[in-house]
Design a protein around this ligand. Structure first.
Ligand SMILES: Nc1ncnc2c1ncn2[C@@H]1O[C@H](COP(=O)(O)OP(=O)(O)O)[C@@H](O)[C@H]1O
Ligand SMILES: [Mg+2]
Length: 233
């Protein structure tokens, strides 16, 4: 999707030799084995793999939600696997934008407020947060839903609000974990279009985990997780 020109500007993500296992009775379940990947700034990369292949585990390491047992995860100029709690909190809130399969919008807040919240939590001025949130909602095609509450929105609309929210703090990297996993074909398509155009309009880097081959194929590069190894497709 993005050309060489973007990639020459530098790397957004560098992962080297990442290993991750979980306790499994007496033994350990090795989920990720020697994971290596470079993602250029502004590039879109997709990761596919069967359920249980470790896709969410890998994203959670990049998101700073969990730590690898071995290896390095570098996002921008930061060693994510070495960040202390305080920096990690900032990293999760500002450097990465997350879009999950389930939207996690707060039901007692309007669409506009949901998009604004991460900016307000960074002590951004309310007027600035609101302006940015309105702009993002316009870009995801939901200007007319600003004052709707999540229960009043369709599944696809909620995912588009979640995509807008992921960008509100102007993150370096967007991580999307099966963002269309819970939607019918029509809404999947709309959420896909929205996410990809949002990322490209803002020049963001995207790693998207998906079961949807059509979405995977729209990324500049596709990887597959199998038996703990990440292979290029
Ligand atoms: N916190 C955890 N503790 C133990 N096992 C886990 C934990 N998180 C994930 N797993 C296991 O790791 C494997 C990969 O999980 P996950 O990354 O969620 O897969 P995917 O997202 O590809 O479906 C699964 O077998 C899952 O049961
Ligand atoms: Mg998963």
């Amino acid at each position: 999707m993005r050309g060489n020109e973007e990639q020459l500007r530098g790397l957004a993500v560098r992962i080297r030799g990442v290993e991750k296992s979980f306790p499994n009775g007496e033994e350990r379940l090795q989920v990720l084995r020697d994971i290596n990947i470079d993602v250029g700034a502004g590039e879109t990369v997709s990761i596919t793999g069967e359920s249980g292949s470790g896709k969410s585990t890998l994203l959670s390491l990049v998101a700073g939600l969990d730590q690898p047992e071995q290896g390095e995860i570098i996002v921008g100029a930061e060693r994510v696997d070495r960040l202390q709690e305080r920096e990690l909190t900032r990293y999760r809130a500002v450097t990465v934008g997350l879009v999950f399969q389930f939207h996690y919008l707060l039901r007692d807040f309007s669409a506009l407020e949901n998009v604004m919240l991460p900016a307000l939590m960074q002590n951004r001025p309310a007027a600035e947060a609101e302006e940015r949130a309105r702009k993002l909602l316009r870009q995801v095609g939901l200007s007319d839903r600003d004052s709707h509450y999540p229960p009043q929105l369709s599944g696809g609309e909620r995912q588009r609000v979640a995509a807008a929210r992921a960008l509100v703090n102007d993150p370096l990297l967007i991580l999307a974990d099966e963002p269309t996993g819970n939607l019918d074909d029509y809404n999947s398509q709309r959420v896909e279009d929205t996410l990809l155009s949002l990322v490209s309009d803002h020049g963001k880097t995207l790693i998207v985990v998906t079961h949807n081959p059509a979405l995977a194929a729209r990324a500049a590069r596709t990887f597959h997780l199998e038996k703990g190894c990440l292979v290029s497709r």
